[in-house]
Structure formats: C-alpha cells, structure tokens
Design a protein around this ligand. Structure first.
Ligand SMILES: Nc1nc2c(ncn2[C@@H]2O[C@H](COP(=O)(O)OP(=O)(O)OP(=O)(O)O)[C@@H](O)[C@H]2O)c(=O)[nH]1
Ligand SMILES: [Mg+2]
Length: 391
C-alpha cells in the first residue's frame, strides 16, 4: 500500500467515501483509479477499487431489475443483537441447517446444491445476549472474481462483526477451508490475527478527530496520522490503533482495503461415521490458530458449544448499568469491545453522557471493595455492573 498517493487521488477518495449514490460512486471510483499511479505498491489498492466497482455495477443492475419488476435478492441484512456473524462456506456444508437448529428462523435445508440464494438471518441465544447469525449464499471457486453472487457473499463477510467458517466433515474439510480462505483473501478479508489493527470509524460532521493508541506506531507518530487523515479529507472520525502499526497500515485502513474478522470454524456432520479422520485432518491443518467447534446440525450434538466459542472470538464484554436511584440493574447488558473504558460505556448510553460525566461506581468480583468509585478511564471487564453519575 502506497503511503504517498498523489494528493489528487486522496482528494478523489474523499469524494468516493462521501458519496452514497452507487452510480455517482462508480463514476468517482473510475476517476480515482485513473489518478493512482500504477506500480507494484499500488496493485492491492487498484484491485480493491476494481472489485468495489464490480460490486457497484451489480448493485446498479439489481436495482434496475427491481424497477422492472423482476425483483432482485436483498443482500444486506441490517444488524441486530450483540453482533452479526456471517456463516461462510461451500454449498451443502449445512449453513441453513445450522440456522434451523439454533434459531427460530424459518429456513429450508436441502441436499440440492446452491439451494440458498439470498442471505438468511436468525437470532441465536447465548446466555443473556443474542447473536444474529446470517447464512451467506455459498462460496465457490471464482467467487472473488465475481462468479455468481460471490461478490455479494464476500460483502456480507466484510460487513459482519465475525465469521463462522463452516465445513462439512463428509468431505475433505481442508480443501473446503482453503477454498474459503483463498477467496476471502482475494477480497482482502483475513481471519488470522494481525500484528496491528487499525480501525477508522467515520463520524458525523463536526465530531472532530480522535485517535486512540492502544498499541504503538512504528515509523511515524500521531501527528503523521492526523496529517494523513487530513490529506484524505477525513475530519470527523475515531481512529483506533492496536498492536504495532506502520503508516502504511493506517492508510490501508482508511481505504478499507483490508479487514480482519474474528472467526470460528464449525465442522459439521459429526454424526457421520467418517467424521473422525476428517476432523483430525482439519485440526492438524489449523494447529490451534483458530477455534474449531465440531457439531452435528442433524442431531444437535455439541451445538451448545458454539455460543461460548463465538463470544470468546468476538472479543466482547457485557456491562450492566443502573441509574443512581434505582435498585435493579438492567437485565440487558451493553455490549462493548474488550478493553473498553467507562468513557466508552458512557458514550454508548448517550452521546451527551460522556461530556457530563462526573464519576462512576463499579461492582465487580475482581475488586476488593464493591462498589468502587472510578474515573472515566477505568477498564471494564465482562459482567461488570456500573452506575454513572453526571454533573
Ligand atoms: N448427516 C448430516 N447431514 C447434514 C447435517 N447438517 C446438514 N446436513 C444435510 O446436508 C445437506 C445440506 O444442508 P444445508 O443446510 O441445506 O446446506 P447449506 O450449507 O445451507 O447449502 P447451500 O444453501 O446450498 O449453500 C442437507 O441435505 C442436510 O440435511 C448434519 O449435521 N449431518
Ligand atoms: Mg443453505
């Protein structure tokens, strides 16, 4: 990724980002591409822009066909619950069966290949929270190059908070998983833990620029990051930097080209006799790099292990709150990222809350005394309970 794109290209990108209309976005992307110098360092960026353009063309076509009454599939599912988890896998892996076995959604499983053609959501209960799991239509070789609904499926994966990579133990699971990972990699979606993670969350106008450095910058400082954002005309955003990041990685995050998703592998069909050798093959291949949950959607065996695996992988915590004058804590927790502070919680409750914040009381097992009076930088953990006092 080039750290020194010409300013015109950066400005054009800012226009691309600010535009919602797909036709307009497509036109601007074309212009953006013409402003990017073509060399080895810009290859990834160019291929990413081209993929975006292909997805936009498809979206425009879909809209057209809807207008003419032919109806097109609805590809985006609005997020609900604690997190949206996309189920990605080849046909017949058992994606629909997983939704049918673990949620209330009405969905049909079938031995016919490529049975599901549109994303199907369902709400999955885990303790006192719910995950939204979404079956994405099957991946196949060539998905990342635009075959069938491939780009839309990859867009669902890109948009989700986490992934279930689903394989069937009736066939070679390593081949299935490699195919999934290959297609995702072509679309710059990774599941392995990156050394550094940079998130750029664009905010409404006037929100200003805030950088949160949890890790460390390697070849630059915060001023360079701010300059880079300014040159891309990003004035309102929260930038979080985890691990050791270079300026190139920050830039990559701005262009949304690479994303890292937490993932759990679900190995399905353990009711079949031959599942053991295939499961062993898969586990040897993964070498504990990713969690593997082996289940049977047919008999429901071990499906109860999925919730905890997802919760762990997603790196989230639950925080319960209460009003200063009330006795009862909220039943429904707030869902925050691991490492979140009281400040993040206050902001989540109400954007004004963080400004009026005075102090908080926290009840937690790890504290010597509960409640303990704390400030806004107090780091929260799963199942903490909090009472916020405002000025
Ligand atoms: N033996 C066995 N068969 C299963 C299991 N889960 C699903 N199947 C069967 O596998 C076939 C495919 O299941 P689906 O859930 O439709 O698979 P899918 O991944 O949604 O497939 P597409 O929608 O085509 O991508 C069906 O015939 C299911 O009955 C399982 O745990 N054990
Ligand atoms: Mg299906």
């Amino acid at each position: 990724m080039p750290a020194n794109l010409p300013p015109e290209a950066k400005h054009k990108w800012a226009e691309v980002s600010a535009t919602k209309n797909p036709k307009e976005k497509l036109r601007l992307l074309k212009e953006f591409l013409s402003l990017v110098p073509k060399h080895k360092g810009t290859e990834k960026l160019c291929s990413q822009a081209k993929k975006k353009m292909a997805a936009l063309r498809r979206e425009i076509e879909e809209k057209k066909s809807k207008k003419t009454g032919r109806g097109g599939p609805k590809f985006f599912i609005e997020k609900e619950g604690a997190a949206q988890v996309a189920i990605i896998g080849m046909t017949n892996a058992g994606k629909s069966s997983l939704i049918a076995a673990t949620t209330n959604a009405k969905v049909e499983a079938s031995p016919n290949p490529y049975f599901t053609r549109e994303p199907v959501p369902g709400m999955f209960d885990y303790e006192d929270i719910q995950f939204q799991i979404v079956e994405a239509p099957a991946l196949m070789e060539g998905s990342a190059d635009g075959k069938a609904w491939g780009l839309q499926t990859l867009a669902i994966a890109r948009n989700a908070d986490g992934l279930i990579l689903m394989v069937s133990l009736s066939q070679d699971p390593v081949r299935q998983l490699s195919l999934i990972l290959d297609e995702m990699e072509k679309a710059r979606i990774f599941v392995s833990k990156p050394k550094a993670r940079v998130e750029v969350e664009k905010k409404f106008m006037g929100a200003g620029l805030r950088t949160i450095l949890i890790g460390k910058l390697v070849d630059c400082n915060l001023k360079d990051v701010k300059e880079l954002l300014k040159s891309c005309r990003i004035a309102d955003a929260v930038v979080r930097i985890y691990g050791e990041a270079t300026i190139d990685e920050v830039e990559e995050a701005i262009f949304e080209s690479t994303v890292y998703k937490p993932a759990v592998i679900v190995a399905n069909k353990i009711d079949l006799d031959k599942h053991r050798t295939n499961l062993k093959k898969l586990e040897d291949y993964i070498e504990k790099q990713l969690p593997v949950v082996s289940v049977s959607c047919r008999t429901s065996q071990d499906l109860d292990r999925l919730g905890e695996a997802l919760f762990k992988a997603l790196n989230i915590i639950r925080v319960y709150t209460k009003e200063p004058n009330e006795r009862e804590f909220s039943k429904r927790p707030f869902i925050l990222k691991k490492g979140a502070t009281i400040y993040d919680l206050a902001k989540n409750i109400h954007s004004d809350f963080s400004k009026k914040f005075s102090f908080a009381k926290v009840w937690a097992k790890r504290l010597v005394f509960s409640p303990q009076k704390v400030g806004s930088t107090f780091a929260l953990e799963d199942r903490d309970t909090v009472e916020i006092h405002t000025k």
